[in-house]
Ligand binder design. Structure first.
Ligand code: SF4
Length: 455
């Protein structure tokens, strides 16, 4: 066990900007932009290379009725629910464009549909069905392996939503909670009383959802050890199956709304990490298992089972228990991935709709992965999901040893032969160590701050 001072020193020393590695290359290093034609070719080639290819679908619904002032998502703040119909039309048209060019989406098994946002339950239950039915009716759903999941905002989600989703076969629900403390909620412009979260959790169980996830965030303004301890204790009483305990990513140069509180109001370094650790202690005591960078799950939840079996996956949505060769993203700003290509849709809603409605793939940017990228992507994925990785050979091991000399010296990481692993006390520094495998970042350090702090 490290002495308090030493631990604080380490947290201060390694609290540097670092990617979260939900992709490799990370988005700021995407350089080989695909055209829409190249993206379609990458999809087709994936199905040609492997006739067993399964795929997943992500649909982004950007609408929220009010902006939470910590939010880093691509959102469109509006109270106008007419948007539901016009946006559905654009999504359906985008989907038809894909089907016309990649008909395999009808026949290849689909393993997962995830709705994220924004707030997907900005849509009424009826409109969620109108959105999903025409897609789900034509794809090849294997009921034995299908997972339907959705992010919901407890402030706008009701029984009608949950019943509609269950009718569509959705089994997993993820709720934004962030913090139960009223003062913190006030500062982040997200008033969500405890009873609201509790009632939605009970309702989700009543209508048959198998797995309930809570998103919490540490590092928000006004959080203290005592207040966050209470949030963690309240959380375990409600017994969600999974808990994502995210570090607040303060990136004011991206989201102006963050400026409603200043950087000085935020816990940092060792103080910030202490919030994670107090919650972690409570979750572990309550029987949760810690996995990856920042997730907890009950031992019988699929996420933990996947972790145990070395099958945990990580993509733009974070950790998931399922990996497919293709993740197709529909909707404004959605990111898709195939083995050799990342692809992101237009970020501006009107431009997205305009292109989708005339039958164009609304390409904004992406990255064509070369062989080296593909190799490092696998290594980083393995490291971020298992905290250990097999390096390619002695040359890479020596290179990584040199790059991570200080972390090795501080006992945070080990390299034995060509096997690299985080130590238990190195856990908070997973992102720092992963940078050793990120050749694009190492060759070309950013001049400006493009990543959030690692701690
Ligand atoms: S509800 Fe979610 S997506 Fe919408 S502003 Fe709040 S945090 Fe962001």
């Amino acid at each position: 066990m490290l002495k308090e001072q030493t631990r604080a020193d380490l947290l201060a020393k390694y609290d540097v900007p670092a990617p979260r590695y939900t992709s490799y290359p990370t988005v700021p290093y995407w350089s080989e932009n695909p055209t829409s034609e190249q993206w379609i070719a990458a999809l087709r080639q994936t199905f040609i290379d492997n006739s067993q290819t399964a795929w997943s679908l992500y649909i982004h619904i950007p609408f929220c009725e009010a902006l939470c002032t910590f939010c880093g998502c691509n959102t469109f703040i509006t109270q106008n629910h007419d948007n539901e119909r016009s946006y559905t039309k654009a999504i359906h048209k985008e989907w038809e464009t894909y089907l016309a060019q990649v008909p395999e989406f009808k026949t290849a098994p689909i393993r997962q549909i995830h709705l994220g946002g924004g707030t997907p339950t900005f849509f009424s239950g009826e409109n969620l069905k109108r959105l999903l039915r025409p897609i789900m009716d034509v794809v090849n759903i294997d009921p034995a392996h299908f997972e339907g999941s959705i992010e919901v905002g407890p402030r706008v989600t009701n029984r009608e939503h949950l019943e509609a989703l269950r009718e569509l076969g959705f089994q997993r629900i993820s709720m934004g909670v962030q913090d139960f403390n009223p003062e913190v909620q006030h500062l982040i412009n997200r008033i969500q009383p405890y009873e609201m979260t509790r009632d939605l959790t009970l309702l989700a169980r009543e209508v048959g959802f198998e797995s309930v996830n809570y998103d919490l965030i540490y590092g928000l303004p006004a959080q203290t050890l005592e207040s966050f301890r209470k949030t963690a204790e309240t959380t375990v009483k409600l017994l969600p199956d999974r808990i994502a305990l995210y570090s607040f990513a303060f990136v004011p140069w991206i989201k102006k709304a963050h400026r409603l509180f200043t950087e000085d109001d935020l816990p940092k370094g060792a103080d910030k990490r202490a919030l994670y650790e107090i919650a972690r202690e409570i979750f572990l005591e309550a029987g949760y298992k810690e996995l990856g960078l920042d997730h907890f799950a009950l031992p019988d939840d699929n996420l933990y089972q996947a972790y145990e079996q070395g099958e945990l996956h990580r993509n733009f949505m974070g950790y998931t228990d399922m990996r497919t060769d293709i993740l197709l993203g529909l909707g404004v700003s959605s990111i898709s991935e195939a083995p050799t290509c990342f692809h992101q849709n237009e970020k501006h809603i009107n431009e997205y709709k305009k292109q989708a409605l005339v039958g164009e793939i609304p390409t904004l940017r992406g990255h064509l992965l070369d062989e080296e990228d593909q190799h490092h992507r696998e290594q980083i994925l393995q490291f971020m999901t298992q905290q250990k990785v097999q390096l390619a050979d002695e040359t890479q091991a020596e290179d990584v040893r040199q790059y991570l000399a200080e972390l090795l010296n501080d006992g945070l990481v080990t390299i034995e032969g060509t096997h690299m692993a985080m130590t238990e006390r190195g856990r908070p520094f997973l992102r720092n160590a992963a940078m050793a495998l990120d050749m694009r970042l190492r060759r070309n350090k950013p001049d400006t701050r493009v990543f959030s702090q690692s701690v």
